[in-house]
Design a binder for this molecule. Structure first.
Ligand SMILES: Nc1nc2c(ncn2[C@@H]2O[C@H](COP(=O)(O)OP(=O)(O)OP(=O)(O)O)[C@@H](O)[C@H]2O)c(=O)[nH]1
Length: 409
C-alpha cells in the first residue's frame, strides 16, 4: 500500500504548555553527566604536538616530558600514549583524552608509520561496535577519536609525500584537522602562500579534511564566526605553555629578539580560532560527525564485511578472498610445522642410530679384545703343557700293556 501523505498541522497554542524548556532539560542533564572528548595529535617528530595539547587545555598533561625538557633533554613521545584528564570550568566537567602519537620522519623507512595510528583509530571503533553488540548495552564507554590534529612542518613549500600519504590514510576514518606547526618561524606572507599551497595539495589528492558545517538558520554572528574559522584552515599555530612579559603583563607566548609572539592573540596566529572550533563551538559537531558519519561508515563496512582496506595497499578486501587467503596461510603454517617436526624427528633418529652404531662398535671391540685374551691364555696354556710334557724324565713314547704287549697310543 502506498504511503498517504499526512498534512502537518500547525495549530496555535491556546495557552502555556512548557516544552520551550526542553533545551534547558537537555542542558541540565548534559551538565550533570559531564562531557567527554578524545583528541589525537599526529605529525612529524618535534613539531610541538605535546606543547600544543598543554596550550589548548591550559593544563600540563605531560609532567614527565616537561621535567625532562627543564633538565636540558629533548624528550620524545616514543609510543602511542593516551592521557586522560578531568577538567572543570564554571561547573561544567570535561573528561579529556589526548592520544599523543610518536613523531615520525626519524627513520630511514617511514613508509608504514601511518599504520599503527590508523589501527589505533579502528581498534577504538571495534571496541565501540563490540559494546553495541552486547546484550547489556547500559554502559557503553566511548573511546573513539573525535578529532585528529595533523601537524604540518613549517617548510613554506608544500605538503611532503609522507604528509599526503598520512592524511590520505587517516581521512575518512577521523575528523582530520590540518595545522601548520610552529608558525612563528614563518612570516605572515609565507604563511598565506603556504596555506594556499596546502589547500591545493589537499584538493588535488582529494583528501577529506574536516569542514565545519554551516547552518542557514544560525544567527548572523554565528554564521560569521563559522566563516572566520573556515577561512583559517589550515590553522597556523604557535604553542607555548610558558609565560612571557609584554608591557608589564604576563602572556603565553614565545620571545624573540625582535618581539613576542602571543599564543592567545588572533593577530599573531590561529591558535585562538583552533581552540574556539575544538572546544567552544564545534566539539559536539565533531563528536556527532564521528558517530553519525565516520563510525557509521566503518561499522557498515565492517558488518557487511566488505570494503575495509587492510592497509596492504591492495585497496578494498573481499571477505571470501580474505577467508581463502587466511585458509591458505593456515595450511602453509601447518605444512611448515609438519616439515619442522619431521626434520626434528629425523635428526633424533639419526642421533640414536649414531649412538647405537657406536655401542655396537664398542661391543665388537670388547669382544675382539676378549677373544684375543682367551687366545693368548690358550697359547700360554699350550706352551705350559708342552713344557710340562717335555720336562718329565724318561717318559716312554710307547706304554707297555699289562701283558707286556705293545699298545700304540
Ligand atoms: N618555535 C616554536 N617552538 C615550539 C612550538 N611548540 C613547541 N615548540 C618547541 O619544540 C620542541 C618540541 O616540542 P614537543 O611539544 O615536545 O614536540 P612533539 O611534536 O610532541 O615531539 P615528539 O614527541 O618527538 O613527537 C620543544 O622544545 C618545544 O618548546 C612552537 O609553536 N614554536
Amino acid at each position: 500500500m502506498a504511503d498517504v501523505a499526512i498534512p502537518v498541522v500547525k495549530p496555535k497554542l491556546a495557552g502555556y504548555v512548557g516544552f520551550h524548556n526542553l533545551p534547558n532539560q537537555v542542558h541540565r542533564k548534559s551538565v550533570k553527566k559531564g562531557f567527554q572528548f578524545t583528541l589525537m595529535v599526529v605529525g612529524e617528530s618535534g613539531l610541538g604536538k605535546s606543547t600544543l595539547v598543554n596550550t589548548l587545555f591550559n593544563t600540563s598533561l605531560y609532567p614527565g616530558k616537561e621535567a625532562k625538557e627543564l633538565s636540558g633533554e629533548t624528550p620524545k613521545t616514543v609510543e602511542i600514549q593516551t592521557i586522560s584528564a578531568d577538567i572543570e570550568e564554571n561547573g561544567v566537567k570535561l573528561k579529556l583524552t589526548v592520544i599523543d602519537t610518536p613523531g615520525f620522519g626519524d627513520f630511514v623507512n617511514n613508509e608504514d608509520s601511518w599504520r599503527p595510528i590508523l589501527e589505533n583509530i579502528e581498534a577504538r571503533y571495534d571496541a565501540y561496535l563490540e559494546q553495541e553488540n552486547r546484550v547489556n548495552r547500559k554502559r557503553i564507554v566511548d573511546t573513539r577519536v573525535h578529532s585528529c590534529l595533523y601537524f604540518i612542518a613549517p617548510t613554506g613549500h608544500s605538503l611532503k609525500p609522507l604528509d599526503i600519504e598520512f592524511m590520505r590514510r587517516l581521512a575518512g576514518r577521523v575528523n582530520l584537522i590540518p595545522v601548520i606547526a610552529k608558525s612563528d618561524t614563518l612570516t605572515e606572507d609565507e604563511i598565506k602562500a603556504f596555506k594556499i599551497r596546502i589547500l591545493e595539495d589537499i584538493a588535488f589528492h582529494k583528501i577529506q579534511i574536516y569542514q565545519p558545517p554551516q547552518y542557514e538558520n544560525d544567527d548572523p554572528e554565528t554564521i560569521q564566526e563559522n566563516r572566520d574559522i573556515i577561512s583559517r584552515i589550515p590553522f597556523a599555530i604557535v604553542g607555548s605553555d610558558k609565560e612571557v612579559e609584554v608591557n608589564g603583563k604576563k602572556v603565553r607566548g614565545r620571545k624573540y629578539p625582535w618581539g613576542v609572539i602571543e599564543v592567545d592573540n588572533e593577530e599573531h596566529c590561529d591558535f585562538v580560532k583552533l581552540r574556539q572550533m575544538l572546544i567552544r563551538t564545534h566539539m559536539e559537531e565533531l563528536k556527532e560527525y564521528t558517530n553519525e558519519v565516520l563510525y557509521e561508515s566503518y561499522r557498515m563496512q565492517k558488518l557487511a564485511g566488505v570494503g575495509l582496506d587492510d592497509g596492504s595497499g591492495a585497496g578494498n578486501v573481499n571477505p571470501l578472498a580474505k577467508f581463502e587467503e587466511e585458509r591458505i596461510a593456515h595450511e602453509q603454517k601447518m605444512a611448515k610445522m609438519e616439515a619442522e617436526m619431521k626434520a626434528v624427528f629425523q635428526q633424533k633418529v639419526a642421533e640414536k642410530e649414531a649412538k647405537l652404531k657406536q655401542s655396537e662398535e664398542e661391543l665388537y671391540a670388547r669382544h675382539r679384545e676378549m677373544k684375543e685374551q682367551l687366545e693368548k691364555q690358550r697359547l700360554e696354556l699350550e706352551e705350559k703343557k708342552k713344557r710340562l710334557e717335555s720336562g718329565r724324565p724318561g717318559t716312554p713314547e710307547k706304554t707297555k700293556t699289562k701283558k707286556g704287549g705293545l699298545f700304540n697310543k
